[in-house]
Design a protein around this ligand. Structure first.
Ligand code: SF4
Length: 503
């Protein structure tokens, strides 16, 4: 059908252009009416979105500092739909899941618990991590504010520390109500590190449990032991020793050749344990695989590395023959060094106590060296060059039978940049079994079938690797003890155990 232009009728008023003659004013995201917020003893802090275990440990850690803190329930599909209903279009789905999860929680307080929206706004504060981007991460705070306002919670307070600078981006919260002191961060990081260690052990043990559910039961007990230690200000290393006793009782059958799958990709999609990534880790385990998850400390170490690089660049830009030493640079360098040392020390102490012997905190500098030929290291945002580095590392050191890079649909750093680069990496390392997969919040059937296809090849590799090894006549009982973690160049856990018996 063709139109004659003269038959197309233009509207009488083509949009409202009345703003043209208005004096421009600064846009401020503040409530129309001033709000009298509740005093400290009535203020309740909310957060969430880490792994299930870490959310609970963070809750115990912050409660132990007399911070009235509640971890939100794990974001689910309803959170996603709520986020979509109140959020802008074109956001990536971690925004929809996390923003929607907060709105859903507040709606529940209003509709089920009978609190008025005014009371909720006065009493509750949400703590989150923020950043300046360069991807959509820089828009999270604005997204939260928009969704909260549209859902009827205008003036709800959000506070955020930037993941890469440790400074604040959200609303200024009265220091008497919440003070981001070094003690706050150290306690928070301890709970995250302990959560990482227990999670890593859970992923190592669960695929080999003799009685279904026994590892989860043991982890539940560990969660109680560590939470109690936080609340009672008791020794956390001792608590980890107690966890070791609990885990030792779990019966395992570790000589089953299972495909080892490294799950990496966009931080939130790779870490979350629920609808946000279609429960990928549990799905893989149900399909007969063992997962290598990405602990949160990896992201922490990357942030410290990025801060160090930024400082280095800043120093290079300074006038070469300047007489004065910039003490702010010296202080920042010392803080970064102290941060790295603190993470490593706490990780080593807790890991030793509970019996995680074979996990190394990633060498971020080494990973950067792997990636730099393929990915500009200055290009930050999301995981930056890390996805490329992890794939290369996995092939070079034979770490996994399959590497899955999971990311939300349309993730700028991961889908748009890293995945493009990965095609060059996979063409040079043809032995890599690599799957890049997007989560959109919908379309689970397609997602699962793509994972199953890649997993089929990984399972075959695991079996071939195991079958090729000569088995000793006598298998000592230690192979089924989780504390026995021999170093090996085999990707599969069962193959690594058998090979260790020969040497
Ligand atoms: S890394 Fe990707 S998913 Fe995460 S905020 Fe940025 S664009 Fe969104």
């Amino acid at each position: 059908m063709s139109f004659n232009c003269s038959t197309v009728k233009t509207p009488d008023k083509n949009g409202d252009l009345s703003f043209i003659n208005q004096v421009p004013t600064q846009w401020k995201d503040i409530p129309k009416e001033p709000i009298k917020y509740a005093p400290k003893e009535e203020t309740i802090f909310l957060s969430g979105g880490l792994t299930l275990l870490q959310d609970k440990l963070v809750e115990a850690a912050l409660n132990s500092m007399d911070i009235n803190f509640i971890a939100l329930p794990n974001p689910d599909f309803k959170s996603f739909q709520t986020g979509k209903a109140f959020g802008n279009r074109g956001q990536c789905n971690p925004t929809y899941f996390t923003v929607g999860n907060l709105v859903k929680y507040l709606q529940n307080l209003r509709d089920e618990k009978g609190l008025s929206p005014e009371e909720i706004v006065q009493k509750y504060v949400y703590i989150t991590a923020g950043g300046c981007g360069p991807c959509r991460f820089g828009m999270y705070i604005t997204e939260y504010k928009k969704a909260l306002r549209d859902a009827g919670f205008e003036g709800f307070r959000l506070t955020s520390f930037e993941h890469d600078k440790g400074i604040f981006q959200g609303d200024e919260i009265d220091e008497n109500i919440l003070n981001f002191t070094p003690r706050f961060f150290v306690t928070l990081i301890k709970s995250v590190i302990i959560g990482d260690i227990i999670n890593l052990l859970g992923y190592k043990m669960r695929p080999y449990e003799v009685k279904k559910g026994s590892v989860d039961e043991a982890i539940e007990k560990c969660k109680t032991l560590v939470s109690t230690a936080f609340m009672e200000h008791a020794n956390l290393i001792k608590a980890m020793w107690k966890c070791r006793r609990v885990l030792e009782k779990v019966k395992l059958n570790r000589l089953q050749p299972k495909a080892k799958v490294m799950v990496m990709g966009e931080f939130w999609a790779a870490m979350t344990e629920g609808d946000g990534n279609y429960n990928l880790h549990r799905f893989l385990e149900a399909e007969g695989a063992e997962c290598i998850p990405q602990p949160i400390i990896n992201r922490l170490m990357l942030s410290l590395w990025e801060a160090e690089q930024a400082l280095h660049k800043k120093e290079q830009l300074e006038v070469k023959d300047a007489k004065k030493i910039d003490f702010s640079n010296v202080k920042t360098r010392l803080l970064i060094k102290a941060g790295k040392a603190a993470v490593k020390t706490h990780f080593t102490l807790y890991a030793k106590a509970i019996g995680l012997h074979d996990y190394q905190i990633p060498d971020i500098e080494q990973l950067a060296q792997y990636a730099k030929e393929y990915y500009t290291l200055e290009c930050s945002g999301g995981e930056g060059h890390q996805e490329v580095a992890h794939l290369i590392e996995s092939v070079k050191h034979n770490l996994a039978h399959l590497v899955i890079s999971i990311k939300p649909f349309g993730c700028m750093p991961s889908s748009a940049v890293s995945d493009g680069v990965q095609s060059l990496v996979t063409s040079r390392y043809s032995q890599a079994n690599f799957l890049s997969i997007e989560t959109s919040g919908e379309g689970a059937a397609n997602f699962y079938s793509r994972v199953q296809m890649a997993l089929f090849k990984a399972k075959q590799s695991a079996k071939e690797e195991f079958d090729a090894l000569e088995k000793p006549e006598h298998i000592p009982g230690k192979v089924n003890n989780y504390l026995y973690q021999p170093k090996s160049d085999m990707a599969g856990s069962a193959a690594a155990l058998i090979k260790s018996l020969k040497s």
